[in-house]
Write a protein of this length. Structure first.
Length: 330
């Protein structure tokens, strides 16, 4: 079954075409350059650019896949969580196409797309695992039992890890988005140069907190003369990574799951990947990292979830609305 999936939850306009579980095309139009002037995503600007970009992105995805809209058997879109004005663009387009073509429509949870992306392309499909979703807007640990059967273990009490990266990057005067630039500079720095707090690392649960770490960096900066940006980036990054890795490994041991699945934009961080690989290897755990192309917002992961749901005979009502605060687990 051929499926067209759309993703417009924030500032990436994305379309993907799948044939069953096989990815035929995945196109993403980034708005990073547009939002750099503001130092962050402006919702109204994001939604207006989705309107301008969505049709060309869909046309490109179909052309790359070698198909026309008449060849599509189902349509899917992210219905939450995300920015309301952005979500409306993708869902309205997918619903309109579904009505016009008389085909099924599927509303997909953005977080479920991230959650299952490490299993995309695996013949065994979705497997039992402990999953870490770590991105600009979300940081949570989830136990996966099977498709659609998830248990929330813990999440951030305040800032997401990616949000902390971006805000610290801004404090250090780095271009938006801060996360990739912090990661780049950290490669040249000493992670032991500054002793930043590892918030909630010994809390005895699987929850996170990164706002205090961000504040620690802010209060330290005025006290430094000619600070080394690489050292600051490396030390900050190490504090975030230490907490993420420690809690993820503990969650795997607590649930006795042998697979650790990691996804989301921050999972592209090279230090996080390095320390996760080391920690999992030391404990005999299998690490499943989403392909970097599936880590940042994309429609391929949305299409993957939609394809799995279609395989179970599911579809979504056209009367369903977006939900900017949609949860993965109630």
């Amino acid at each position: 079954m051929r499926l067209l999936a759309l993703e417009t939850s924030c500032d990436e306009t994305a379309a993907a075409v799948l044939d069953g579980g096989r990815l035929l095309a995945s196109e993403v139009a980034s708005q990073i350059a547009i939002h750099q002037a503001y130092g962050g995503v402006v919702p109204e600007v994001a939604s207006r650019n989705h309107l301008l970009t969505l049709k060309p992105v869909i046309d490109t995805a179909l052309r790359v896949a070698g198909l026309s809209i008449a060849d599509i058997d189902a349509f899917a879109a992210t219905n939450g969580p995300g920015l309301a004005t952005s979500l409306m663009i993708g869902t309205s387009a997918a619903k309109g196409l579904a009505v016009a073509r008389g085909k099924p429509y599927l509303a997909v949870n953005h977080l479920e797309g991230h959650l299952l992306s490490p299993f995309f392309g695996d013949p065994a499909g979705v497997q039992a695992a402990v999953a870490l979703i770590v991105s600009g807007g979300h940081t949570l640990l989830v136990e996966i039992e099977a498709l659609g059967r998830y248990r929330l273990l813990g999440q951030t009490r305040d800032d997401a890890a990616g949000e902390a990266f971006d805000k610290v990057g801004k404090l250090l005067g780095l271009p938006y988005p801060g996360g990739p630039n912090v990661n780049r500079l950290a490669r040249e720095g000493d992670p032991r140069a500054f002793d930043f707090p590892r918030s909630m690392i010994d809390s005895g649960d699987f929850y996170f907190s990164f706002s205090g770490l961000k504040t620690s960096v802010r209060y330290l900066l005025p006290k430094l003369e000619n600070p080394s940006l690489p050292d600051l980036c490396a030390s900050f990054q190490e504090a975030v990574v230490d907490v993420l890795v420690e809690k993820t490994i503990r969650a795997a041991q607590h649930t006795r799951r042998q697979i650790v699945a990691v996804s989301g934009g921050v999972s592209c961080n090279t230090r996080l990947r390095e320390k996760l690989q080391s920690a999992c290897a030391a404990r005999g755990l299998q690490l499943r990292l989403a392909d970097p192309k599936l880590c940042t917002d994309n429609a391929a992961m949305i299409g993957y979830v939609a394809a799995l749901l279609l395989g179970q005979g599911e579809s979504s009502p056209l009367t369903g609305d977006i939900d900017p605060n949609l949860r993965l687990v109630d």
